[in-house]
Write a protein that binds this ligand. Structure first.
Ligand SMILES: NC(=O)c1ccc[n+]([C@@H]2O[C@H](COP(=O)([O-])OP(=O)(O)OC[C@H]3O[C@@H](n4cnc5c(N)ncnc54)[C@H](O)[C@@H]3O)[C@@H](O)[C@H]2O)c1
Length: 378
């Protein structure tokens, strides 16, 4: 299999590594020679570490490196069976790039995009033969995160979908099938993890440290929402929230938060700027959570009910199967349990009643319980 990867940044370099580790011949193209050199050097360091750990042998290391060709010329994609694009997230740039790729590759070459937020249908519209377009959405870091969302557009042929899913499955990834809708599965269903946590803070119910404590200690999540937003970057996380909100025609369920916006505007971006919701300066004293079990449980129940409602909505609106929604959240963002399985454990009636209480109290559409949850609870 000959795999082209366009863009040698964070995602492209990782995808090229995965493809090569699985025996594919890879051509990695970037406009910027420095990015290619950086990708090559960083792969070398990663492989040295993997050899030291005994994960790959010295011979395998040499083969993995040997299977990747680095180039600044997209014409080198000529013999590719599939090209996966991972360049800047701008629709007009992707359009130009996809139109150009089609003039280079063979008629049956699949053209895939790793976009996080653009519609695959809109990207495919730049192609003469749009039946070859598909979304193949990896998670960062691509070599370590098992989940890949496979997104057929309205134009995608069954042959394109089947071949791309089979290829990514053969790389040992966990694939889930997802409708071409904003945020796909993970970036849609996970919104309340941030949004409801921010809302709870804004209402003065608890501070950042207490909300994080409730979600990690009582909920079993690996990171609390504020630590995670600081890790992702408040600018990046806020931009995703705003784009999902706009893409859903301003559905109040996805409303962004002023707190996050102000943190972002202030340059409190998180770890990368040394300060976000928490202070990452050397020697900074971290705030202690208020370990009140009653408050903690209320915080966990509220955020979890909102996440479960979102998971039900993804199934209700046929974005993905229940099984794939649960797989996506456990394999893509390390949730301790699938949200739908979790809902059954808690009891659907109980989750519904929590949402109904919020809906009645606030009168906001944001808290409306999903019809599928209502039906199933009944
Ligand atoms: N970073 C993430 O966590 C993440 C996760 C999943 C998906 N994505 C998506 O993957 C894509 C890439 O994101 P990233 O974080 O790797 O970006 P990045 O900025 O790290 O890398 C982008 C690379 O593309 C190159 N590039 C830009 N325009 C180009 C062109 N016309 N031709 C060739 N190369 C070009 C740049 O030189 C750069 O090396 C985006 O669509 C993004 O939405 C990102």
């Amino acid at each position: 299999m000959k795999v082209g990867v366009l863009g040698a940044g964070t995602m492209g370099a990782g995808i090229a590594q995965v493809a090569s580790q699985n025996g594919c011949e890879v051509v990695l193209v970037d406009l910027n020679q420095d990015m290619l050199t950086k990708a090559e050097n960083s792969l070398d360091k990663i492989l040295v570490r993997l050899v030291e750990k005994g994960v790959v042998s010295e011979d395998e290391k040499i083969n993995i490196q040997g299977r990747i060709t680095y180039s600044t010329d997209t014409k080198d994609f000529k013999a590719s069976n599939i090209v996966i694009e991972a360049i800047v997230e701008k629709l007009e740039v992707k359009h130009a790039v996809f139109a150009n790729l089609e003039t280079i590759v063979s008629d049956d070459c699949i053209l895939a995009s790793n976009t996080s937020s653009l519609s695959i249908a809109s990207i495919g519209s730049a192609l003469k033969n749009a039946s070859r377009v598909v979304g193949i959405h990896f998670f960062n870091p691509a070599p370590l995160m098992p989940l890949v969302e496979i997104i057929p557009a309205v134009q995608t042929s069954k042959a394109t979908l089947d071949a791309s899913k089979a290829l990514i499955d053969s790389w040992g990834k966990v694939t889930v099938l997802c409708k071409d809708t904003p945020g796909f599965i993970v970036n849609r269903v996970a919104r309340p993890f941030y949004g409801e946590a921010l809302r709870i803070y804004e209402e003065g119910i608890a501070d950042f440290a207490t909300i994080d404590w409730a979600m990690t200690e009582l909920g079993g999540f690996r990171m609390g929402p504020f630590t995670l937003m600081d890790y992702i970057g408040n600018d990046v996380n806020y931009a995703v929230t705003e784009s999902v909100f706009a893409a859903f025609y301003y559905d109040p369920r996805f409303k962004p938060s002023f707190t996050q916006r102000r943190h972002s505007e202030a340059g409190y971006l998180g770890r990368k700027s040394g300060r976000g919701y928490f202070n990452y300066a050397e020697g900074a004293v971290q705030p202690e959570p208020n370990k009140d079990m009653v408050v903690g449980q209320q915080i966990l129940d509220r955020i979890l009910a909102m996440l479960i409602n979102e998971a039900f909505d993804a199934v209700f609106m046929q974005v993905a199967s229940a099984e794939d929604v649960d797989k996506a959240m456990t394999k893509g963002v390390n949730y301790p349990k699938g949200l739908l399985v979790w809902a059954e454990e808690i009891g659907l009636k109980k989750v519904l009643s929590q949402l109904e209480t919020l809906f009645t109290e606030y009168g906001e559409d944001r808290y409306r319980p999903n019809p599928l949850l209502k039906r199933m609870a009944k």
